[in-house]
Write a protein that binds this ligand. Structure first.
Ligand code: GDP
Ligand code: MG
Length: 437
């Protein structure tokens, strides 16, 4: 399975002293195969390994971290990104908001309906109505009623009516009349995909126009889970996935596969039979679980933090001594680029968000600057003072820019240096003043 395959691919790096093009390529070949076998599509798997490669080769050398550990951390982060990055909320804005459950029999629809009603009632102050749409087995209605009692949520059912579409419509009317702001419709599943079931749930969808259609799937069913997800999605175009039975020892590769195949967010995970055994889906945690190497990931994170702090301190010293040079500058640019897309970064600054939206900033903004700095010799980078006219024209030619662009950068750099120095000096003076008071 995916977890074992990934674990094995990291072994290639075991005992390697450093990350090289060759050992990275070998490792990622295995990672890519593991992803492909887990149903990640070819293009996604290729992009995944390409990103991991760039990150691995571009990493700062942390002495505290071994190549294998670093690779685990990078793959972990990319897995989380692939599964959506951050948690995705459900849409419960309507009044009443309607949530429709879909999935095979035994996947956990009825149980999850109860869990969800309970969660939205206690945590989000909703007043839910559970609807018994599984009309084929009397026990199914009874099961939902018992759940409803346990959590103090009303259950709508019609013992005599065998038409789930009508029941759903009637339930909606009942909800409006009784001030219910959330309607959760449990439905009947079959043991396998079957036309009658699909027709029925499609008809319910059409009749009640739900805010959310959730597809519930048993994480332990592995490859079958992926096929089922695809069929349901083709028919229903659902909004999110609920992965149940993650309390077993399944590593959760299904999360990645389903996400890749249907490209819909996983929204919740079920972790037991009890009504509180439910969690919002967190891609990071699932990546931990798939890799099963959470300790390595946190070790690398700590080492990276320490390194960053150390670097910041060193930089601070250099600035104070007016030794900030072009090497530091390019390091800073790299740092900014590592943080992500420039536009995203800028839009996080309060008040900037809106204006920047239509602005054309791209990650090439630093390209000219970087080219110029890279065309400098090491001694020119550390001592920009020596950059006379002939050196400047050599750099312009080498970087494919013009002398006036080089001059402009040098001038800006000089001003930046002065400003940083003033700020760091000022900072110290301010601290002294504060202490004195
Ligand atoms: P439905 O046929 O889709 O409505 O499935 P049910 O809700 O009736 O669940 C089928 C079985 O799976 C029941 O025995 C549940 O108790 C069990 N179940 C549901 N969710 C979970 C879960 O997250 N973990 C575990 N261990 N069991 C679950
Ligand atoms: Mg059921």
């Amino acid at each position: 399975n995916l977890s074992d395959r990934l674990e094995r691919s990291f072994k290639i790096l075991k005992g390697e002293g450093k990350i090289t093009e060759i050992n990275v390529a070998e490792t990622l070949k295995e990672v890519r195969r593991a992803l492909l076998d887990a149903d990640v599509n070819y293009k996604t798997a290729k992009e995944f390994t390409e990103t991991v490669k760039q990150k691995a080769l571009g990493q700062n050398v942390l002495t505290a971290v071994k190549p294998q550990q670093l690779m685990v951390k990078i793959v972990h982060d990319e897995l989380a990104t692939l599964m959506g990055g951050t948690a995705t909320d459900i849409n419960i804005k309507g009044n009443p908001a309607v949530i429709l459950m879909s999935g095979l029999q035994g996947s956990g629809k009825t149980t999850f309906s109860g869990k969800l009603a309970n969660m939205l009632k206690t945590k989000r102050g909703k007043n839910p109505l559970l609807v018994a749409g599984d009309v084929y087995r009397p026990a199914a209605i009874e099961q939902l009623k018992i759940l409803g009692e346990q959590i103090g949520v009303s259950v709508y059912s019609e013992e005599e009516n065998k038409n789930p579409v009508k029941i759903a419509q009637n339930a909606l009317q009942y909800a409006r009349q009784h001030g219910k702001d959330l309607v959760i419709i449990d439905t009947a599943g079959r043991l396998a995909i079957d036309e009658a079931m699909m027709n029925e749930i499609s008809a319910i969808k059409k009749a009640v126009d739900p805010e959310e259609i959730l597809f519930v799937v048993d994480a332990m069913t592995g490859q079958d889970a992926v096929n089922t997800a695809k069929e349901f999605n083709d028919r229903l175009n659902f909004d999110g996935v609920v992965l149940t039975k993650l309390d077993g020892d399944t590593r959760g590769g299904a999360a990645l596969s389903i996400r890749s195949v249907v490209d819909k967010p996983i929204k919740f995970v079920g972790t037991g039979e009890k009504l509180d055994a439910v969690d919002v889906f967190h891609p990071e945690r699932m990546a931990d679980r798939i890799l099963g190497m959470g300790d390595i990931v946190s070790l690398v994170e700590k080492a990276q933090e320490q390194y960053d702090e150390e670097e910041a301190r060193k930089l601070q010293k250099k600035i104070a001594k007016n030794q900030f040079d072009f090497n530091d500058f390019i390091g800073q640019i790299q740092q900014i680029k590592k943080m992500g897309n420039l536009k995203d970064l800028a839009s996080m600054i309060p008040g900037v968000g809106k204006q920047i939206k239509d602005l054309d900033i791209d990650d090439d903004a630093f390209k000219g600057i970087e080219a110029i700095i890279r065309s400098m010799t090491p001694s020119e980078r550390t001592n920009p003072e020596i950059l006379n006219g002939s050196r400047r024209s050599r750099i312009a030619a080498g970087s494919g820019t013009s002398v006036s662009e080089v001059n402009k950068l040098l001038k800006q750099f000089d001003e930046m240096r002065k400003m940083m120095r003033a700020m760091s000096g000022g900072g110290k003076a301010m601290m002294r003043n504060m202490k004195r008071r």
